[in-house]
Design a protein around this ligand. Structure first.
Ligand SMILES: Cc1cc2nc3c(=O)[nH]c(=O)nc-3n(C[C@H](O)[C@H](O)[C@H](O)COP(=O)(O)O)c2cc1C
Length: 549
């Protein structure tokens, strides 16, 4: 398969549109065998404008009188099975240099007038060469928030060149986002859709599902436009000239960066009160505030409010985080930045500034990820400890019933390995006691087993037990990638595990005392206190680390 890419962007390989083209080619290469690619970068070629002399039709048929690189382009066009036209949208059509190249294809046509099947407009010229079976792809980005309605001129041109709709298009709005490393998560996702489209194209044609995904905006209109406006670093009120006049860029880079971040704020994440986020760039000694409100965000450069959360970091660290070179939570663990005040914003950062791409309808309607619930694990144990210490027989029967019923009651929740393990262990202890084993031995052993289960989950790089449950409040599975979240949960899980080792020893002696029938209730007091401590520690410890302590 021979593929010719005609890159019509004045930026050459740095073109936004060319990034899409590269992804598309990647997809084709994955699917098709023996792919040979030639690329022509128009801005580096010598292609003069057509003189309109028609000598390629009369004096030297098929040969242009201008000696330049167009000769090679025509040879490549004849060689290619697929031609990919890759270019930015300029004034709702193709850039001038590319238009020159298109005009200079005249030698490929015969001069006669012809009515063609599926013809667009008033007439056409037959091709001098057999072009049947050749395919055309048009890939382009444009600057407005959507491609919709902007490509009428381009489509009209290619309808005339190839026959109505006889070509494949990928048109993408918000093209300038492809050069923003901070948004690589968003653009990367789009590029993987383009790659998928390339695979499908090589296998026959782009599917309706991929078409739908390609038509989705990169960022919502409002977010994109605010972000795009902020990127110029020029206040709208200055009339686009900057305060000094003459188009000078007035704002500092950090302020522009802050404004762009503010533009990415998702107001759907607003909860009951505005949040004042203060960004202090320690290397350049600049501070700005972003107020995250119900109706959007606002950047303050002076007249500061009382900050809820204050982040102190060199701007270089921010840029590395935003460019995806280092995760924000890892940077915090390495002490690269400090957070003062309310830490909860940091724990839900992606909810506030995710900048994620709106998903197609079906994907939006996909069922939400099921949450875990610690009660599924705890209830059987509590029933065993409280009920079996009061009455062995009834308690054990209740314990078995709890193991059977709790998963049914919590049928909406996702079950963890510890829920299953707890069910099996509690049932085992109950059966052992029903079979005659003494509760004086079995109950302390059950506390021991429970404690060991917690401690084992902290070993060998496993996810600590509590993390399986507390992740629900911190962004789900994503939280498990956060080293601070894992460390916090590791400490808590260790403490819980140790508590139950002590409880096992305590209950061994209690079961042999007058308090034996109350041991289950007495042993429940410590976990209640520990639960209160856990709630406090989950907030306190990450905030302490973030303060650089
Ligand atoms: C001279 C000029 C004209 C432009 N005209 C349009 C336009 O008509 N519509 C649009 O949406 N974007 C327009 N843009 C924005 C570009 O299409 C957009 O920045 C594109 O992503 C650049 O792609 P490239 O990096 O592949 O060159 C224009 C840009 C320039 C420089």
């Amino acid at each position: 398969m021979h593929i010719l890419v005609i890159n019509g962007s004045p930026k050459g390989e740095k073109s936004n549109s060319y990034q899409l083209t590269k992804a598309f080619l990647e997809g084709i290469k994955q699917e098709a065998s023996e792919v040979e690619i030639r690329e022509q970068v128009v801005c580096r070629m010598d292609i003069k404008p057509c003189l309109g002399c028609f000598s390629c039709w009369n004096r030297t048929p098929g040969e242009c009188c201008i000696a330049d690189d167009m000769k090679q382009v025509i040879q490549d066009l004849l060689w290619a099975d697929i031609t990919i036209w890759s270019f930015p949208l300029y004034y709702f059509t193709v850039p001038g240099a590319l238009k020159n190249l298109i005009d200079r294809q005249l030698p490929m046509l015969l001069p006669f007038m012809e009515e063609r099947e599926g013809q667009v407009g008033s007439g056409g010229h037959p091709s001098r060469y057999d072009m049947s079976g050749k395919r055309t792809v048009v890939i382009s980005t444009c600057g407005f928030y959507t491609a919709e309605g902007n490509y009428d001129g381009v489509c009209s041109l290619f309808d005339h060149l190839c026959g109505q709709g006889n070509y494949t298009t990928i048109f993408c709005g918000q093209g300038e986002l492809f050069r923003v490393p901070e948004l690589s998560a968003v653009t990367g996702e789009y590029l993987s859709c383009v790659e998928q489209a390339g695979r499908e194209y090589a296998g026959g044609g782009i599917s309706a599902q991929s078409r739908e995904r390609l038509a989705q905006l990169l960022l919502p209109k409002e977010t994109f436009e605010a972000c795009a406006d902020a990127s110029w670093g020029i206040e709208r009120e200055s009339g686009g000239t900057g305060k000094n006049g003459g188009g000078t860029k007035k704002e500092s880079d950090t302020l522009t960066f802050t404004r762009q971040m503010a533009a990415l704020y998702r107001k759907e994440s607003w909860q009951d009160r505005d949040i004042v986020l203060e960004m202090c760039y320690t290397d350049v000694e600049e501070c700005y505030q972003i107020v995250l409100g119900k109706d959007g965000s606002h950047v303050y450069t002076d007249g500061f409010l009382k900050a809820d959360t204050k982040i102190e970091t060199p701007v270089t660290v921010w840029r590395s985080i935003a460019a995806g070179e280092i995760r924000g939570d890892e940077a915090m663990m390495q002490g690269l930045y400090r957070v003062k005040g309310d830490f909860s914003l940091m724990m839900k950062w992606d909810d506030y500034f995710g900048g994620s791409r709106p998903q197609p309808k079906q994907e939006q309607e996909a069922p939400a990820q099921k949450n875990t619930d610690m009660s599924i694990m705890l209830i059987p144990w509590i029933v065993l400890w409280v009920a079996a210490s009061i009455s062995r027989w009834q308690g054990c029967l209740l314990g078995i019933a709890a193991c059977a019923l709790v998963p049914l009651l919590y049928y909406r929740n996702k079950k963890t390995v510890y829920d299953v393990l707890s069910g099996v262990l509690v049932t085992g202890f109950c059966i052992a006691m029903l079979a005659g084993m003494s509760e004086k031995q079995m109950l302390p052993v059950s506390y021991l087993a429970f404690g060991v289960m917690w401690l084992v989950s902290c070993s060998g790089g496993q996810i600590p037990l509590t993390a399986h449950y507390s992740k629900n409040s911190y962004g789900g599975e994503e939280a498990l990638q956060n080293p601070l979240f894992i460390r916090t949960n590791w400490i808590l899980t260790m403490l819980w595990g140790i508590l139950y080792l002590f409880t096992a020893v305590g209950s061994w002696f209690m079961m042999r005392s007058a308090l034996s029938s109350l041991s289950g209730l007495i042993n429940s007091a410590a976990p209640v206190l520990m639960g209160i401590f856990t709630v406090w520690f989950q907030r306190w410890y990450p905030a302490r680390v973030a303060r650089g302590k």
